[in-house]
Design a binder for this molecule. Structure first.
Ligand code: ATP
Ligand code: MG
Length: 309
């Protein structure tokens, strides 16, 4: 079983403007859509869409619980969330202007979790997770969930001997590397935050690979670089017209882990995940992608071993 853990969930409220955004003017909306904003939920969505069994764990606020539940249900995501009483799951605003690619994102910090909430989550994880499971921790840490709480969670998972994947950033990502998880996927900015500026990317990857089995550094439309088992792979991205690249990394991570869990090879999983993510960037929201198109795009992906590193 694959479990995803979203510690700081979010509901995306997509605001489609009739025209472009203008200050000091009434900007009318043509429509509003709702989508999942939490990165673990995005990962779960990709896996569920691919038919890979998984369950989304983590926190959710009780005051607007039905809103999040409705989206999770509509998107077919199996979930079992720890309720944080009397607080709302944060809502993010994604402003999309007519005829303009890209979006404006405005987010709240998220509710504060107490040591009691963290205890409930820990108990649930302690009960559910088994040695053969895969766990993906993705997204930011909510207020009240400190680095030492993350360390305890990672140590608990390590003790379970399951496969631990982390899509984190900043100090949380550095902590995951320090503890030594099985998979990380920093993007071009996130990798800068945890390595030495003086060394080349390949040298930095070599250093990180002493602690982490699978490292994928994603570089948007430029593709990605993967380090595993003493080898480095350069992966190209299919050429597509990008509408919204938010969530490309989450789609990549969900489809990559889903593919690995089905016993597919590393190279096949990298190519397939690149196909899924390239399909995703052509949609306006942060989660949608087409499996059929991903399979077609996968054939365009070139994967080469980097020599002499
Ligand atoms: P997020 O955190 O919003 O999910 P990210 O910054 O972590 O995204 P990116 O590096 O932007 O992740 O993208 C992840 C992968 O998605 C890339 O390695 C690539 O395979 C694919 N991808 C992203 N943007 C494009 C694009 N414009 N065209 C084709 N593929 C893309
Ligand atoms: Mg990312």
């Amino acid at each position: 079983m694959i479990y995803t853990i979203t510690l700081n969930p979010a509901i995306d409220r997509l605001l489609f403007l009739e025209k472009t955004l203008v200050k000091e003017k009434n900007n009318r909306l043509s429509k509003i859509d709702y989508d999942l904003g939490g990165k673990g939920h995005h990962g779960s969505f990709a896996m569920s869409k691919l038919g890979v069994k998984n369950q989304a764990l983590g926190f959710c606020g009780t005051t607007n619980k039905s809103k999040l539940e409705k989206i999770l249900q509509e998107k077919g995501i199996n979930h079992d969330l720890v309720e944080v009483y009397g607080k709302p799951t944060r809502e993010s605003y994604v402003i999309l202007e007519a005829g303009v690619s890209g979006s404006i994102l405005i987010t709240e910090k998220g509710f504060r979790v107490s040591s009691y909430d963290i205890e409930l989550l820990t108990e649930q994880i302690e009960e559910k997770i088994q040695e053969d499971d895969m766990v993906l921790i993705a997204g930011s840490l909510p207020p009240g969930f400190e680095l030492r709480n993350l360390e305890e969670l990672l140590q608990l998972l390590k003790k379970k001997n399951c496969f631990v994947a982390c899509d984190l950033s900043g100090a949380a990502l550095a902590k995951a590397v320090e503890v030594g998880v099985n998979f990380i996927k920093p993007n071009a900015f996130e990798i800068q935050e945890i390595v030495s500026e003086e060394n080349s990317l390949l040298d930095n990857l070599k250093e990180l690979s002493k602690k982490v089995d699978y490292i994928v550094v994603s570089q948007g439309s430029e593709g990605s670089i993967c380090s595993h088992d003493g080898e480095l792979y350069q992966i190209t991205a299919p050429k597509v017209v990008a509408v919204n690249d938010t969530g490309a990394g989450d789609c990549f991570v969900g489809s990559f882990l889903g593919s690995l869990s089905l016993g597919k090879s590393l190279v096949e999983s990298l190519a397939f995940a690149s196909g899924c993510a390239a399909s995703k960037v052509q949609y306006t929201n942060s989660t949608s992608f087409s499996v059929k198109e991903a399979k077609r795009l996968q054939k365009e992906v070139r994967i080469e071993k980097v020599q002499n590193h």
